[in-house]
Design a protein around this ligand. Structure first.
Ligand code: BES
Ligand code: MN
Ligand code: ZN
Length: 498
């Protein structure tokens, strides 16, 4: 993809498509006003006739507009004048992109970047533009037979800027978004692939492939034998019922010499049946998405590698299948984690924390500057925060705030959640150092408290992404979240933001 930033007028640029906006009560945006003037009032007359409107969600594609060099003008509703924020801006770009998704558009110039958007600037408006166009054009059809629907042949995205001086920032925003889109698309592919394709071995294979021929990237994969040698009894108890072998994947991106790395750990349960504590049948297919934590940290590493950020990043993925069988772990079994702490497995469906705790203990050897695990950990998190925000836990306020801010700035939002002794006490076991479930109430919090027992003296945070990693229903599919939040965190840590 090629990117450009331009100060030329909306009407004056010969591209396949320009995007302009109008507000309620007939107020024209900057680009729309220029188009209107160049075309003898075409925009105003279409507003009068009701064919276009400023209402949010409304969109129309105009072709052959006289006085305008672009072959298509997409006019999108921006709602209340003066009320546009980054989320509204993103929605408008998505709406406009959908309207032309079936066309043969090769170049898009987004003129919405000239609108006043609350708390934004040319860098973020360019980034949102490219992220939203890329995300909207994403398709997953590799498992369907027959001829594939031709994708839109888009090769150039431009953003309008008010002054020359903004060009550098806007282009940088577009280029960062390019990396984020590539990372999100990979994360979505991995999430969408069925569990009979995307196995722990498959994840090991593709992560090795990502590193081959790349001087900054290495991938190491530990086998079950090696994990046994390390004492990862908790992780291995989850894979006990599965035929597919478990893998521990370790990827390292080196962009900053000998600095301590940020370490991301992603839950990679390639299918979660619940094990002997079997899940109900309806909707169980969605548990192929239980590796979206893994997918998002791998996707983030790919994004950071594409941006060539000056930072060190280590990604650890414990990858397992959670299956019931004669060899599976039983409720009540007691296992020993790599940390030495023993765990009574009261429910084999609380398996995410069992693999994460050993991966977090393993992460210690990298002396992380920050350690962040990402997991589709609990249904309770979905009850608490729904599908809009992920839960952000941390044993340290600065890191929690840093992640909260990263979510806000990238429009991949989260919400700070508490830890605490009262919640941790729910994990008491009569027989082992702790139980793997915390009983009724605060299920996302007690899961986080469980992980906190393995990250003492480390700068640690945990993202419960159960509500945001995928969509159910007619739009069922992986979202690629929280690749933008994590990328933003790393962009900020690397000092790469304007
Ligand atoms: N992968 C699930 C969490 C999940 C459930 C994510 C539904 C998204 C939608 C996790 O392994 C799990 O099963 N958690 C249990 C924990 C319980 C047994 C304490 C849950 O949330 O029900
Ligand atoms: Mn489970
Ligand atoms: Zn799970």
């Amino acid at each position: 993809m090629k990117y450009f930033a331009t100060t030329s007028k909306a009407s004056g640029r010969a591209v396949d498509c320009i995007i302009v906006g109008i507000y309620n009560r007939g107020k024209l945006g900057v680009g729309a006003a220029d188009i209107d003037a160049a075309s003898n009032g075409r925009i105003r007359s279409l507003i009068k006739s009701g064919d276009i409107s400023g209402a949010t969600g409304r969109v129309a594609v105009l072709t052959n507009v006289v006085g305008v060099k672009a072959s298509r003008v997409v006019v999108v509703g921006l709602g209340k004048p003066g009320g546009l924020d980054a989320a509204g801006f993103r929605k408008a770009v998505v709406t406009a992109t959908r309207a032309i998704a079936k066309s043969k558009t090769r170049q898009i110039l987004n003129c919405l970047t000239l609108e006043p958007v609350a708390n934004s600037n040319p860098y973020y408006l360019a980034r949102h533009t490219v992220e939203c166009i890329g995300g909207t054009l994403y398709r997953f059809d590799q498992m369907k037979s027959g001829p594939k629907k031709a994708a839109m042949p888009l090769n150039t995205i431009g953003v309008a800027i008010a002054k020359r001086g903004d060009a550098g920032k806007a282009t940088r925003g577009a280029e960062h978004a390019d990396g984020i889109v590539i990372g999100m698309s990979l994360a979505r592919d991995l999430g969408n692939l069925p569990a009979n394709v995307c196995t722990p071995s498959y994840l090991a294979r593709i992560t090795k492939k990502l590193a081959t021929g790349n001087g900054r990237l290495t991938t190491r994969v530990l086998s079950e034998t090696e994990m046994k040698r390390l004492g990862m009894g908790s992780l291995l108890s989850v894979t006990a019922g599965a035929v597919e072998p478990a893998k521990l994947i370790v990827m390292q991106y080196k962009g900053a010499g000998r600095d301590n790395p940020v370490v991301l750990v992603g839950k990679g349960v390639t299918f979660d049946t619940g094990g002997i504590s079997l899940k109900p049948g309806s909707g169980m297919d969605e548990m192929k998405f239980d590796m979206c934590g893994a997918a998002s940290v791998i996707g983030t590493l790919v994004a950071i590698n594409k941006m060539k950020l000056p930072i060190n990043l280590t990604v650890i993925v414990p990858a397992v299948e959670n299956m019931p069988s004669g060899t599976a772990t039983r409720p009540g079994d007691i296992v020993k984690s790599m940390s030495g702490q023993t765990i009574e497995v009261l429910n084999t469906d609380a398996e995410g924390r069992l693999i994460l705790c050993d991966a977090l203990t393993y992460a210690r050897r990298f002396k992380p500057a920050a350690l962040i695990d990402v997991a589709t950990l609990t249904g309770a998190c979905v009850v608490a925060l729904g599908h809009h925000r992920c839960a952000i836990y941390a044993n340290e306020d600065t890191l929690q705030n840093e992640l909260f801010t990263a979510g806000n700035n990238s429009e991949d939002i989260g919400w700070p959640m508490p830890l605490g002794d009262q919640y941790a006490a729910q994990l008491k076991s009569n027989f082992a150092d702790m139980a793997n479930i915390g009983g009724s109430g605060g299920g996302s919090i007690t899961a986080a408290c469980f992980l906190a027992k393995f990250t003492k003296d480390m700068n640690w945070a945990h993202l419960d992404i159960a509500g945001v990693a995928w969509k159910s229903g007619t739009h069922k599919g992986a979202t690629g979240r929280p690749v933008p939040l994590l990328s933003q965190f790393l962009l900020s840590r690397a000092g790469a933001l304007p």
